[in-house]
Design a protein around this ligand. Structure first.
Ligand SMILES: [Zn+2]
Length: 439
């Protein structure tokens, strides 16, 4: 995924929206360490839409290059950002060639939080007499926001990533009216997800099938949001006796740490989750669940008899503890690999999803005989239908739409749909290009 990074120059201020790492096969791709196309020292404010690494992963680099402005986000994003940046620092420190440890220093991370201020949704942030900004709930992950700039009455909306509503945990994406210019994501701009209503049923069936085969069900999962959603869904299935009780391992130190942040922001959950909390205080805890923080505990999982479930990162099987489990469990036809998230082109997760029989995982060839199941209903992004629906709400006012942050095919497809179906001016801007908006 391309690291989001937009520069807005308005009223003499230089404002960034997001400062993300490009993520793909190799986290430390050179592209992430090319100089920024602007002077970091001159940036006044960075707005961070949400705590995914492709939206905030280059904050330490910005700090390293002299940025000393303000960082603004929602309150949950600020709290989630620290574990996300520290985890990324841990991954990057292993790359000795690029000397990234000199950028991802504890000092640079600490300094970024001394500049970082959290806001509630809808709070007005006055930047200049003519410019104000506020956050709207994007429904993508906890604390995720669209950023609305209002300059001389003109409304410019950056969507960040837009949630796949209804989410198990979060409120729906808010509707923002009277938008003049829209900068929108397009990760799933060319595809539609299967029914969201059926996702819990598919999850239940996958667990039951695996239980009958007495196998291990491994779920490569993004640590942020997807892990907590799965815990919430598993909690409901266990508490309602929909699945048999069996050992379920949350084998991800980052997911365990992030789940603690979720517990602090329960008031940001949707009505259904808030209601569930009224008769079950522990939405992320249930009989059979084991959170394995230490690597010794993680190694012991292999000794636990089947059937069992293992949830671990990384979500695309590019690293993390999941790769050890995949090497161990993928060759056995009694086991199941369940994919619930986006798999980048070329990632081991994508290759397995496409049916490859031998996959190279961290330098080792692994034969895939396990069942491979994909449930797209848990995707954190709106699909093509959802994105078009989102834009329909502002159809009468929007003058231009810039389609960004997707694979090129997806961006082009969505822009075409916006032109054909809604008759709107939609473009895919080239990376690095500048556009003047008439305000
Ligand atoms: Zn995201």
């Amino acid at each position: 995924m391309t690291g989001a990074n937009f520069l807005l120059e308005v009223d003499g201020k230089k404002i960034l929206v997001d400062c993300g790492l490009t993520q793909g096969l190799k986290l430390a791709d050179d592209i992430n360490w090319d100089p920024f196309p602007y002077d970091s020292k001159e940036i006044d404010i960075l707005f961070v839409t949400h705590a995914h690494v492709d939206h905030l992963g280059r904050v330490p680099k910005l700090i390293n290059e002299g940025f000393r402005g303000k960082i603004y986000s929602t309150l949950p994003t600020r709290s989630l950002a620290l574990p996300m940046l520290e985890d990324t620092a841990g991954i990057l420190s292993k790359n000795t060639d690029l000397h990234l440890d000199k950028i991802y220093t504890p000092e640079n991370i600490k300094l970024s939080f001394s500049l970082w201020q959290g806001f509630k949704y809808h709070e007005t942030i006055k930047i200049t007499p003519n410019l104000e900004v506020s956050f709207f709930d994007a429904g993508h992950i906890l604390g995720s926001a669209m950023v609305l700039f209002i300059y001389n009455g003109k409304r410019i909306l950056f969507t960040g990533d837009l949630g796949n509503c209804p989410s198990p945990l979060l409120p729906d994406t808010e509707k923002v009216a009277n938008v003049d210019y829209l900068i929108m994501e397009s990760v799933y701009g060319d595809r539609n997800h299967e029914s969201r209503e059926d996702r819990r049923k598919f999850l239940e069936e996958t667990i039951e099938d695996n239980y009958k085969r007495c196998g291990t069900l491994i779920i490569p999962t993004f640590s942020l949001e997807r892990s907590q959603e799965l815990l919430f869904e598993l909690n409901a299935l266990v508490e309602n006796n929909r699945i048999p009780i069996m050992p379920i391992f949350l084998d991800s130190p980052l997911a365990i740490r992030l789940t603690e942040v979720f517990k602090q922001f329960k008031n940001y959950f949707n009505e259904g989750a808030q209601m569930a909390m009224s008769h079950d205080k522990y939405l992320f805890d249930f009989p059979g669940l084991h959170s394995t923080l230490k690597s010794e505990e993680s190694k012991m999982i292999g000794n636990v008899p089947n059937p069992k479930i293992v949830i671990a990162g990384s979500g695309m099987s590019t690293g993390g503890r999941i790769v050890h489990h995949e090497r161990h469990y993928l060759p056995d036809p009694n086991n199941t690999l369940l994919l619930t998230g986006y798999q980048a082109v070329g990632s081991p997760g994508r290759l397995i999803q496409e049916g490859i029989k031998t996959v190279r995982i961290t330098g080792e060839d692994v034969i895939v005989r396990a069942h491979v199941v994909t449930i797209t209903g848990y995707s954190g992004h709106k699909d093509c239908y959802g994105l078009l629906n989102f834009v329909e709400n502002m159809q009468d006012t929007v003058k231009k739409i810039f389609v960004v942050m997707g694979e090129p095919k997806s961006e082009m497809f969505l822009a075409q749909k916006l032109r054909d179906n809604l008759g709107l001016e939609a473009y895919v801007p080239e990376q690095g290009s500048s556009i003047i908006l008439s305000c």
